[in-house]
Design a protein around this ligand. Structure first.
Ligand code: PEP
Ligand code: MG
Length: 590
């Protein structure tokens, strides 16, 4: 392949290979013929003077055009509703936002005022008004809002089309395998691309958070945005999109084509095998069932959890309920959020972790000042126990949702048995109070996160108090090695495979086994398929990870023979040299 920035003539002497790097937004490889889409050309309008006696009529044209564009949008919304999966849902929300912009009076009123003040035609007034809105969005110091510029322009385009009675610019007659290359692509147009016809897309503008990117991902289209190709790309040229690397290659040489054909075939093989796995039980070759659960930070992630075929939620980080709000959530607020998750999981277990905050995280919500060393200060369960009302409210909400399905309570950053005993006493009192009031509640198990080295070393004592363990390898690594997990200056030392960390995991797992309580890993280690044999070798049969990691971990588990692992893993924990540990872990995972 030609290195970036260099040009190589292909054998036919046609245009040289060109490589443009951008942002990777939709994994996969597309190879096809470029179809250039010029979204800006559609909105070129001429400004005309409108005499005073025609202003009212011109203003009425805007109202009529907005109504008709809104009706067209309604049609698209119906179409979106019939699309399966998250793409349809995503598009539905988006079109609803467009619909509101068109039918809401603000934009229309702004355009009408401009027509009157500047005595100009409706099309020109729309473009000016939209330009102003887009500028305001661009000035916002927030990548999510900045990415909404494309949405604003899209509404303007539709309004101008409607004023001119133009048919919406579509992609109806695209050739099979088209690679769409556009300066920018509206999310609505993206969503209506048919993945059976379109191979992939590349845009000059856009961000990873833009709706266009989100929809491209939902449709499974290889996509790259912010690729700096400008005018160097022609209709009809051969192009490759490497959505995983964020790269557009135009006019590839035969060698490049061969390389990417092979890469695409390998990608498709992996995808096919992963999709097939959704309903496959995660069992090792010798029949040991490994429970694969998902970690979530937001209720909206439940769709991804179900799509990945997770058997439950192994870690619900409840902090989301406390973010971006002026007032603390009431018990009812929390109940509603959590009940939504439990109901949508339809009988699968949901592990709800109590608030994991400290003076460093979400401090502003609770009006507390940071201590001298926030990571070692008043945080997580320590914070909750010193803010009883807050803990009581959260536990009441969790007890109530436990009547709706199998719920487990998980305590973060536990370091002494006294903390567990105290929460249990609170739960016992709350249970009888709620029952006395006739409130329906369940009897959720109470678990402990093992993420402080002291807790791991005292795991035998904790196992006598807890109903289950969840090993948080992210914090366990941080505290064992005294490395702030958020400080990039010491990131090179952050190593969950350090012998000290592995020995603590082993000790905690053995303590859980001895006490006969379940033990899982819910730190990032669980989502790394290369480490699955190691964790299974510790006898850990429940792993919780981000939904996106789950199919890869499952695939790895299907290949493992459990009975051969334990001796090898025991040998790993006798090694003191991190480099040797790494080597043996690599052997284990190959
Ligand atoms: C952990 O520490 O491993 C963990 C799962 O908790 P969090 O990442 O939320 O601190
Ligand atoms: Mg943690």
């Amino acid at each position: 392949m030609t290195p970036k920035g260099q040009a190589a003539k292909d054998q036919t002497g046609s245009a040289p290979e060109r490589i443009f790097d951008g942002l990777a937004v939709g994994a996969g490889i597309a190879i096809g013929i470029i179809h250039r889409h010029d979204s800006r050309a559609a909105v070129q309008v001429r400004e005309r003077h409108i005499p005073a006696n025609k202003i009212r009529a011109e203003q009425q044209r805007v109202v009529d055009a907005a109504n008709s564009a809104a009706r067209r949008m309604q049609g698209l919304q119906d179409q979106a509703r019939s699309m399966a999966g998250p793409a349809g849902e995503e598009l539905g929300y988006l079109l609803e936002a467009y619909h509101q912009m068109l039918s809401g009076s603000r934009l229309v009123r702004g355009v009408q005022n401009r027509i009157a003040e500047e005595e100009i035609n409706a099309e020109a007034a729309v473009m000016k008004e939209i330009g102003l809105m887009a500028e305001a969005f661009a000035a916002m110091d927030d990548p999510y809002l900045a990415a909404r510029i494309a949405d604003v322009r899209e509404v303007g385009r539709r309004l101008v089309e409607s004023l001119d009675n133009a048919a919406p610019t579509g992609f109806e007659a695209l050739p099979q395998g088209a690679v769409i290359v556009a300066d920018e692509l509206s999310p609505a147009d993206t969503a209506l691309l048919d993945p059976k016809t379109v191979a992939g897309l590349a845009t000059l503008l856009g961000g990873v958070e833009s709706h266009t990117a989100i929809v491209a991902r939902s449709l499974g289209l290889p996509a790259v945005v912010a690729a700096d190709f400008l005018d160097q790309v022609e209709n009809g040229e051969t192009a490759i999109i490497d959505g995983g690397e964020g790269r557009l290659i135009v006019g590839p040489t035969p060698a490049t084509l061969k390389h990417y054909r092979e890469k695409r075939a390998a990608f498709l093989r992996t995808q096919r095998s992963l999709t097939k796995l959704k309903t496959v039980r995660a069992c090792t070759r010798d029949g040991l069932h490994i429970q694969l659960h998902a970690n979530i930070e937001l209720p909206s992630e439940v769709d991804a959890v179900l799509a990945a075929g997770a058997e439950g939620i192994g870690l619900l980080r409840s902090e989301f309920m406390f973010m971006n709000r002026q007032k603390l959530p009431t018990e009812e607020d929390q109940y509603k959020e959590l009940a939504g998750v439990v109901r949508r999981m339809q009988g699968r277990p949901v592990t709800i972790r109590t608030l994991d905050v400290g003076a460093d995280k979400l401090g502003e919500v609770f009006g507390i000042k940071a201590g001298p060393n926030p990571a070692l200060g008043l945080r997580a369960i320590r914070f909750s126990l010193s803010h009883r009302k807050l803990l009581l409210t959260q536990l009441s909400a969790i007890l109530r949702v436990s009547a709706l399905g199998p719920v487990r309570i998980l305590l973060p950053m536990v370091c002494t048995i006294e903390e567990v005993r105290e929460v249990r006493r609170i739960l016992t009192r709350l249970t009888s109070t709620l029952k006395r009031r006739g409130v329906k509640i369940g009897n959720p198990p109470l678990g402990v996160m093992i993420e402080i080295p002291g807790a791991a070393l005292a795991a035998d004592a904790l196992a006598a108090e807890a109903d289950f363990f969840a090993i948080g390898t992210n914090d366990l690594t941080q505290y064992t090695l005294a490395i702030d997990r958020t400080d990039e200056q010491v990131a090179y030392l952050y190593n969950p495979l350090h012998p000290a960390v592995l020995r603590l995991i082993q000790f905690a797992a053995e303590a859980a086994h001895a006490a006969g309580i379940p033990v899982s890993v819910c730190g990032e280690m669980a989502g790394d398929e290369r480490l699955a044999p190691l964790l299974l070798g510790f006898g850990i049969t429940e792993l919780s990870m981000s939904p996106a990691s789950l199919p890869r971990v499952k695939k790895r588990i299907l290949d493992i023979t459990f009975s051969t692992l334990q001796d090898k893993v025991r040998r790993i924990t006798t090694l003191a040299d991190p480099a040797k540990v790494k080597k043996v872990v690599e052997e284990l995972s190959s």
